[in-house]
Design a protein around this ligand. Sequence first.
Ligand SMILES: Cc1cc2nc3c(=O)[nH]c(=O)nc-3n(C[C@H](O)[C@H](O)[C@H](O)COP(=O)(O)O)c2cc1C
Ligand SMILES: [Fe+2]
Ligand SMILES: [Fe+2]
Length: 427
Amino acid sequence: MNAAIDVSRHRDAVEFADGVYWIGALDPTLRTFDIILSTANGTTYNAYLVKGSEGVAVIDTVKENFSDEFFARLESEVDYADIKVIVLNHLEPDHTGALPELMRRAPQAKLYISQRATSMLKALLRPSAGVFEYTTVKTGNSVSLGDRRLRFLHTPFLHWPDTQCTYLEDEAVLFSGDVFGCHYCDKRLFNDLVGDFRFSFDYYYAHIMRPFKKHVMDALKLIEPLKLKQIAPTHGPILRERPRRYVTHYRELSTSSLSGEIGGDDQSMVIFYMSSYGNTARMAEEISAGAGDVEGVRVSLYDLEGGETEPFVDLIEEADALLFGSPTINGDAVKPVWDLLSSLAVVNLKGKLGGAFGSYGWSGEAVKMIEDRMRGLKMHIPREGLRVKLIPTDEELDDCRGFGRFIAETLVGKSPQKAVIDFADLA
Ligand SMILES: Cc1cc2nc3c(=O)[nH]c(=O)nc-3n(C[C@H](O)[C@H](O)[C@H](O)COP(=O)(O)O)c2cc1C
Ligand SMILES: [Fe+2]
Ligand SMILES: [Fe+2]
């Protein structure tokens, strides 16, 4: 069925369930999205239309400069006067770009958004777009189109605070917003017809959803019990063939493959360091030994000399405490340490314990800079970092063991967690 679908050849709506249409736009030439994502073959902005006996619902819109395509597809099926409901699952401009014009053309339509979307609605739309009346909805709320009903699922932080999903009960279609989406442009539109988009799907999850794994799990609790015939996300293919496997895959992706690896109730501490003359390395070894003396803490020590950061991201996500050691070189910490610290935007570090250490020659800025970065990532720094001038003495190596032991004891609750005021708490 639909083997010859090519939505680039027309500007009509595409019906994919009874009275349910895709009215989105193709953006095949886009190569970078939101600065951070490469989009090797572009993306789509998917918007949808649901016809009921007492009016029409439009679910999401498109990026502003794709409005023409969106309106053309919409007009191919309905009159603006029939639009009763506009649902915004997510207010990012790639989905709200056409909203002001849509509201101008269908002023009678009621807007349905999540509670957290209200402040964003104001901030995103120019004053000239006019004042928008809206109704806020949450899980359990629904809106009737006469003979059919749209139910709302509150799924915050997937991937903005405002996000929600909308479920059409009678056809079992989940309009999932960015969830289950991917930047993959294919004019054949449906998952059983498009090319192999597995890479894009996982890539999108890794960069967009991964930092919010806990929220993904919460959302899955709402989504998994639903009967699902199709999932209609805002980017990439409509998932009509075996939609549930994408839900299962999200659960797999949100459950770390490493969980359970650090056995029983053990806490995991990972220590990363770089060292040119071996001074910071000596510190790292002693810190590791000190921490390793504490029962219930499993310590791992890694030299960043190899320069690779990617393999460590999973470890860091699983770790309970992270220590970074760097000498001060030209007033700064060394690049591999920064590379690793800057690659952590995809994991949630909030509340993990952190610590920094390093050898220096005269000014020794590195340790403080690393600490500041860790605080910026909302980690707890229970003890001020450890600096050693040039070659560590025996006494300083004792201090290193004490430092490791203290962080480890804090981790297992033997030392007070907040021995030092943590700025992350004040944020
Ligand atoms: C190229 C270079 C630049 C350095 N710049 C600084 C600096 O700006 N401030 C400082 O305190 N130490 C500086 N140092 C001294 C190192 O931090 C010091 O030698 C330290 O003990 C090296 O530790 P490591 O053996 O763990 O690499 C510099 C060393 C080198 C080789
Ligand atoms: Fe988004
Ligand atoms: Fe999006």
